[in-house]
Design a protein around this ligand. Sequence first.
Ligand code: SF4
Ligand code: SF4
Length: 300
Amino acid sequence: MSQSDIPFAESPVVPNMVGAEHVIQFSCHKGIACWNACCSNIDISLTPYDILRLRTRLGIGSTQFLKDYTVPHEFEKDGIAGVKLRPVEGGTACRFMRPEGCGVYQDRPTACRYYPVALLSMRRQDEYVDRDAYAIVKEDHCQGHQVARSLSIADYRREQGLDEYDELARGWRQLVLKKKSSGPTIGKPSLRSRQLFFMACYDIDRFREFVGADSFGQLFDLPADERAALLADDVALLQFAYRFLRQVLFGEESIALHAEAAQQRLAKVQAQRLIEEREAAKKRALEAEQDLTNDGESLT
Ligand code: SF4
Ligand code: SF4
C-alpha cells in the first residue's frame, strides 16, 4: 500500500480532489486475487492515535513501540517529525500481515482504513479552519476497484471506523498544517521544540511522565484533579498533548503558568540566549582573526 497523508505528485493518486459525497466503486474481501498485495509493500505514516491503539494492542509501552515498529521521517526538512510503520527486516511487507489478513485489524492504522481513498487535509494561509478533501488511489495490483460495490466516501469512512480515528488525530494534523502553512514567519522550530513535539505526539508514555513530573507542576498551573484525570486517560492525555504543543510551538496560551515560575523561566531563557550570543560573537571574532592571519601569510 503506497499511501501517506498527503500524497506526492508521482504517487498513484488520481489527481482530482473530491468531497465526502463522491461515490467510489470498491470492495476488498478475502478470496480476491490480490489479497495482501497492498500490505506487501508499505509506506504508512502513523498518526499519534494510530500509535496509541497499536501499542495498547501489542501490550507494550510507546517508547518500545517506536523503537521496534517504526522509522522516523520528516514532513519537511528540519521541520516537524513524523513516524512510519517499519516493514519486515530486509523487506517491504508489513509486519502485521498474516495469510488470513491483517493481524491487528481492529487497531489497524488510519492509512490502512482509508485505502484506496487518500485524505487531503488542507489549510489556506489566510484561513483558520482546515478543510478535508479526498483523492482516490488507483494502483495496478489492486483489484478492489473492479468489484461492483458502490458507496460514498462518507459511508466508506463510517464503515472503516474513521470518524474516531480522524477526530483523535485532528489536533496533530492542525499542528502539522499550521507549521507547513506558517512558513518563514514562524521559522524553524528549535531542537527542543521538535523533541517536545515528538514526545508529546508519538511517545505518550514518556509524555505522561513529563506531565506527572514535579517540574511540570511547578511551571504549569493545572488543577490537581484535572492533571490526575489526564494522567489516567490515554485519549485525554493525547488531546492535552496537542493543546500543550499549540502553546509551546505557536504561543497560544491555553495552559496557565505559575507567575513566579514563568518569570524564572523567562530569566533563564534570556540568560541562556545571552550566553549563546556571546559565544557566537567570540566565534565570529576568532574566524575574522584567522582570516586576517591567512591574508597576511598569503601576502608574504
Ligand atoms: S497494519 Fe494491517 S492493513 Fe495495515 S499494512 Fe499492515 S497488515 Fe496491512
Ligand atoms: S483489493 Fe486492494 S486493498 Fe484489498 S487486498 Fe487487494 S490490493 Fe489490498
